[in-house]
Design a protein around this ligand. Sequence first.
Ligand code: SAM
Length: 288
Amino acid sequence: MIDFLKIWGKSSDTVKRKFLFFILIDKVFSLTTFFSKKTFTVSTSGSSGMKQRLQKKLNSSNKQNKQSKVQRIFSDVSNKYDLMNDIMSFGLHRTWKQELINNIKIKEQDTILDLATGSGDLLELIKKKSNCICVGYDSNVKMMMQAKKKLKGQKIFYVNGMAEKIPFKTNTFDTITLSFGLRNFTNIPKSLLEIKRVLKNKGKFYCLEFSEINNKSFRKIFHFYSKLIPLYGKLILNNQEAYSYLIQSIKEFPNQIQLTKKLLNAGFRKIEVFDILDGIASIHISEL
Ligand SMILES: C[S@@+](CC[C@H](N)C(=O)[O-])C[C@H]1O[C@@H](n2cnc3c(N)ncnc32)[C@H](O)[C@@H]1O
């Protein structure tokens, strides 16, 4: 300090002024830094509330997009839906659906819900087997109109609504069937919980859906063939989008094991799985 005062005494006025100016600048700068620290808090943590809220918004907008896309696609293809199924699968979808129905034990007094009934193929097979009480349920009215036309005169109740919110009381149905619908649902876990809720105790849920082919070479052949399907869509319906969606949804859908896990998570306990054509499709039979 003494050395500093000696130097200060010997310095010219210009040097003293410059020194005081630097001190002033330094204080102003540290003051700004001090306030900056107090005023702003930026969190870059991966689990920040901001990121979670954004993720939630993104998920809900993806779900809304899927829901309106699925709705539009099935409205567009409804009047040629059956024809396209026969062409794409060489008629095989009919035997797969028959296989599902063969597995069901139906009593006359049973109440059956056919979820995502579409043009009513399963309802037709159920009615051939038994005169039980049948409800066809689907989110798309145009698809159900095809079922009504096809099954004219049959005593079937049709209800329009989403699988994610089924408008029936808990413990209503003895059996629930679902063919090629699950992969189109907006929220699969929520739909499975709803299925479980409206199913009676000891009731069974039969689900037929595309799956994963076990044999590698056969899987490659199917992948090659599936690339042609959007072209059929373009040629027959002038709608490539619908059948590109079909192939994409098959690719993204859980395989046999992953679907079994989802069923277990929803609360189903006894689950049997049958592969059809080495896993092109599979039937999951689940009991509570
Ligand atoms: C590929 S079709 C299957 C129709 C019929 N089960 C069959 O096997 O031919 C899928 C059906 O699921 C219906 N769907 C899609 N999302 C749905 C949802 N969230 N709730 C109820 N039905 C839905 C569609 O409207 C469409 O009729």
